[in-house]
Design a protein around this ligand. Structure first.
Ligand code: SF4
Length: 193
């Protein structure tokens, strides 16, 4: 597929990444096929995914698969599940050691073309604030958007980011695991059946 080859060859952010603490080069992590029926929209690859070249090969991925109730085999089956971050490359670290935001130029350059290629998608998971702002055009915070999940289901489910940094958020918001996850798993079962 030409589009995927073009994205893999993209070096637009080379100077931006070279100026970060890690001084790394772009390595776009591209993971989709046009037949996918579930679309996972993440933030941007972290350092571990930058190394592996495969999305969600980290504790966030373990938690996300648990939320979804799917095995690694299903999660990484590109014919069924597309994984499309808001930027395809690891953006580097900020001064506090957190990941920098996804460079907006990536979505501006590639997003519309990729979404147009994914015409079979029946369920979209919006993981974290960047994905929710872009896809829903909302300025609301993650808690408010996820709390209003019934406004978007069954085609779209806004989710918090599954990072360990959000473990306290999950403890403070037990309704998420009690109410959202059972419905999400039911919907995933329908779409994959
Ligand atoms: S983040 Fe996106 S725009 Fe920037 S180099 Fe990677 S693929 Fe290109």
């Amino acid at each position: 597929m030409r589009l995927k080859a073009d994205i893999r060859a993209c070096r637009i952010c080379a100077d931006r990444f070279a100026a970060t603490r890690t001084g790394h080069a772009p390595r776009p992590v591209v993971w989709f096929r046009p037949s996918a029926r579930i679309l996972i929209v993440g933030q941007a690859p972290g350092a571990r995914v930058h190394e592996s070249g495969k999305p969600f090969t980290d504790p966030s991925g373990d938690r996300l698969r648990d939320w979804m109730g799917v095995s690694e085999d299903v999660f990484y089956d590109r014919d069924r599940v597309a994984i499309l971050p808001m930027a395809f490359c690891f953006p580097g670290y900020d001064a506090k050691g957190g990941d920098l935001p996804p460079p907006p130029i990536c979505a501006k350059t590639w997003r519309a073309q990729v979404i147009a290629a994914l015409s079979e998608v029946e369920l979209t998971l919006l993981v974290g604030g960047y994905a929710q702002k872009w896809h829903l055009g909302t300025s609301a915070g993650v808690r408010e958007t996820v709390r209003g999940w019934r406004d978007h289901a069954p085609r779209v489910f806004p989710l918090p980011h599954p990072s360990w940094r959000n473990t306290a958020w999950l403890r403070k918001n037990p309704w998420f695991e009690a109410e959202v996850l059972p419905d999400l798993r039911r919907r995933i079962g329908e779409v994959l059946s």
